[in-house]
Design a protein around this ligand. Sequence first.
Ligand SMILES: [Fe+2]
Length: 326
Amino acid sequence: MIRFLHHVGLSVPDLEVGRAFYEAFGLEARVSGEHLVLRCKGRGQDQIRLMPGSPKHLSYVAYGTDAAGMKQVRKNLKSHNVTLEDAPFNIDSKGIWFRDPSNDWVHICEGVEAPAAPRPTPEVNTHGRYRRIGQRACDLTSSSRIATPLRLGHLIKFSPDMDKSIAFYTQVLGMKVSDRAGDILGFLRFGCGGDHHALGLAKSSHSGLHHLSFEVMDIDEIEMGAQSLMAKGYISAFGLGRHVGGSNYFHYIRDPWNSLVEYFWDIDVIPEDDSDWVVLNAAGPHELAAVWAVGPPKEDFAHNYEVPDGAEQGPSMALNEALAHG
Ligand SMILES: [Fe+2]
């Protein structure tokens, strides 16, 4: 039913601090009323909408679908007694709004996913399949050593009730489970096929954003992006490495409010006809974390820094403890 990830809305205490970080990450910013909208260069689709608010929190996630998908979503929401609500934010977007079992806002609009800006695909010389002949891999003329993200590929958000959340996103919105670690971590993809995960759910006492992940063109771009952010003083949380869940290469950097952003490349893609895909039911999240990585994740890699409603300080959460003891 839902077919693609459109964008996310974040409330942050300082839009200009957000602009500086996300521009350094490789996105383009433009003012939209009282908000700041971030897009991938050359791609006509919002990816992040920063709205004034404190403390920082994930405000909503927007997905897209086609006319048939929208009809089915409306039907499913009704049959599961999920109420459609008025738009909670001042955003110029047609579509429907409702809350998921974590009480997080979900927005679904009808439309088509915007294509990423066209770029030449780097050729790779693998034994037995040499494709880059007579050309250097490195562009010696380029003075730019930063990343240019192509698209927002996925997010992972915290959830206090994994079974309820997974049931909601699969039964009501048509997603499928790609891999899972009990009630600690679950990776969900769209039923129409595509990336191994568009949405990940991680167990916590309360909801919140763990990370946003953007696709780049190759492993070099992951690291050039991460290194350039680190040179500006932003903190590396995990990487470079290669995940088990999704197989993508990764590097995570902390944003100014302790959520994470990830550069990724080479994620598993699962077709709509997925009869050959075997779901991995891992004993713990550590089994899905990394085939290899340059060093372990930082101690607080899976900590939920978002503050629950009405509390001053968020407690530590299950995923972080499971990773630490795994
Ligand atoms: Fe990720």
